[in-house]
Each structure stands twice: as C-alpha cells, then as structure tokens.
Design a protein around this ligand. Structure first.
Ligand SMILES: [Zn+2]
Length: 191
C-alpha cells in the first residue's frame, strides 16, 4: 500500500486545487439553474391551475403564484450569496444535545434529539452546527480547530491525525482516512 503522502495535521491544499474549483463552478451553475426553475414553477403552475379551475379568480391566482415565485427567488439568491463568502476558521467550544418535539399530522408529539456543535470563530463570532443525525457532533471534539468552506457548505478539521475516518467535503460520504479520493464521488478528500 502507498504510504500516506499528505500530512494529516494542517489545513488541506485540496480546496484551492483546480479540481475543486471546477466542482464549485459546476455547483454554482446548477444552483442558479434550479433557482430559475423554482422561481418560474410557482407562477406557471398557479396560472395553469387557475385556468383549469373556475373556483378562484385568475388575477388572485397570478398574485399568489407570482408572490411565491418571488419568495423562492429571494431565498435562493440569499443562499447562493452565502456560498460566495470567504472561508472562516474557528475552535469548537461546546457540544450539546437538546430534546425537541415535533407535532405529527395526527396531533401526537414525537421527540427527537438535536445535536449542536458551537464554534468560536477567529473573529470572535459564535457559529452553531445543528443536526438531526449528529455526524459533525461525533466527528468534532471540544478544542478542535475547524475551517468552514462556504462554497461547499462543509467543514474541515485541522488535526486529522487521530481519526479513522473523514467526511467527503463535496458529497458528505464518510470515507476511511486512508482514502485519497471519495468512494462515491471520486473527488479528492480534504487532507
Ligand atoms: Zn464524495
């Protein structure tokens, strides 16, 4: 087997590689395409529904459909603008589990656990990772240095030397730390 060539302590050079730049470009293009699809879906869908049914006046249908389309546009553009922000570094300062309740359709409540990782950024801000599954909750420990990659909406750990696994920053699959490339998407792992 090949000896590990890339060091497991330190920030990865992979995020600035041409391969990852290409992936980010493709993701941006596809999220813009979906933004337009969803923005148009509501007005078009509502107008068709309005033409088919006589129950609701057409101008009301156009207003509601147009409003929802506009809302989709704003939400998506806001999300896309978030992915353009620069990466930030921080340290995990706290991990907590919270019991939450959700209401089912039949009126009963069900509990679930929310896994929260609190990070203090170098700029002194507090960021929280909130999960249902707890992948990052298990992966990160208090004291770990982490870097957030907004374009990929994923985290990288500074010191991976004690880990047996690593998450793919592109498709999120859990890989063995021995892998250089992800078993699912075949892109470079951030190490
Ligand atoms: Zn992957």
């Amino acid at each position: 087997m090949l000896e590990e060539k890339r060091p497991l302590v330190g920030w990865s050079d992979v995020p600035s590689s041409p391969e990852v730049a290409e992936v980010i470009k493709k993701m941006k293009r596809s999220s813009l395409r979906w933004t337009w699809v969803f923005t148009l879906l509501f007005p078009v869908g509502f107008v068709i529904a309005g033409l088919v049914s006589d129950e609701v006046p057409l101008n009301e249908v156009v207003m509601i459909g147009g409003g929802l389309g506009l809302l989709m546009l704003v939400i998506n553009l806001w999300r896309i603008s978030g992915t353009k922000k620069p990466a930030w570094d921080g340290v995990v300062i706290k991990k907590l589990e919270k019991k939450r309740w959700k209401n089912d359709k039949d009126g009963t409540s069900q509990s679930y656990t929310e896994y929260i990782v609190v990070i203090r950024t170098e700029a002194g801000k507090k960021k929280r990772i909130v999960e249902r599954q707890g992948d990052m909750y298990d992966y990160l420990d208090v004291g770990d240095r982490v870097r957030y990659h907004p374009a990929l909406e994923s985290y990288e750990k500074f010191d991976k030397s004690k880990d047996t696994y690593i998450y793919c920053n592109i498709c999120r699959l859990r890989n063995s730390i021995r892998n250089d490339r992800c078993e699912r998407c075949n892109h470079l792992l951030f190490k």
